[in-house]
Ligand binder design. Structure first.
Ligand SMILES: [Mg+2]
Length: 145
């Protein structure tokens, strides 16, 4: 069981904030990855800057989108306390930087290693582009040593 944090804008739909973006093939693939994670017992956290402040229900709109597309979300911008002192066990802790084993984000780069979710995406062109970005980043970092 893993905790999977998934971004909304640009990841589950095309970035169009404050509107909800269109859904393209890459987003449909991300939806399916999230469903696969849920089926294997992972906890899914919607991890987004959207909230319901400022006179519009941006977070609720995102959650409604997830419901409409059958994307299983367990928590939004928070996670259950795994047993940390000072918090009630299982209490959902609202947090901007949620703790997760995997983060699925259209702006995410993992310079350390490929995660298993990244391996699932290997055939995707965008991931190939991301790999090229990581290679470039590593080359630049090597030059700094
Ligand atoms: Mg994003």
């Amino acid at each position: 069981m893993a905790v999977v944090a998934v971004d909304f804008d640009g990841t589950l739909c095309k970035f169009a904030f404050p509107e909800i973006g269109e859904v393209e093939q890459i987003h449909i693939e991300v939806h399916e990855i999230v469903r696969i994670c849920k089926r294997r017992g992972d906890i899914i956290i919607l991890w987004t800057c959207r909230d319901d402040r400022g006179g519009r229900l941006y977070l609720t709109e995102a959650l409604d989108f997830c419901k409409a597309y059958n994307i299983p979300i367990d928590y939004a911008n928070g996670y259950p306390n795994p047993g940390w002192e000072g918090f009630k066990l299982g209490e959902v802790i609202p947090c901007r930087k949620v703790s997760a084993d995997f983060y699925i984000d259209d702006h995410g780069v993992n310079p350390i290693h490929e995660s298993s979710i990244m391996k699932l995406w290997k055939a995707n062109e965008e991931i190939e582009n991301l790999k090229a970005d990581v290679k470039y980043l590593r080359e630049q970092l090597d030059k700094c040593v």
